[in-house]
Design a protein. Sequence first.
Length: 167
Amino acid sequence: MQVRGSEMGFSPIFAPHARALILGSYPSPKSFENQFYYGHPQNRFWPLLAALASAPVPQTIPQKKALLLQNNLALWDALQQCSIVGAADVSITNPVPNDIATLVKQSNIQAIFCNGAAAYKFYHRYCEADTGLQATALPSTSPANAAYTMPRLIQAWQPLRQYMGTP
């Protein structure tokens, strides 16, 4: 596997009315290839979010953005840049965090949910003190997290629902 490290992560998806922020760690090679978050076809993020919103699974980038924004959700990664082998979060070195505190100040974000342990670790280490918001660590939607079936993921991600929908 080749070490990646020069790519900047994606910009946040948010609107001022967003009430919850979902944080990943850093985009996978497949996400960079597809130019959007959770681009690997086996990642369960978009089907999970659709299930929580009782909506169809979005297929296009505009549909994915709409699903987030219509449900008062923001999406970003804890890291703006890092060195990483493939998509293995455990291999991350030289992390450069995103400025999550500024995003929180520009919105109505009241809660932060981390998609997996790595996102939680990096948020807690580099961003939590600046935002003043404790994050909730949720099980990763990655296909590598095979211990979590879709029904288990839906159950584990239920705390996000209180921030979704019409305010």
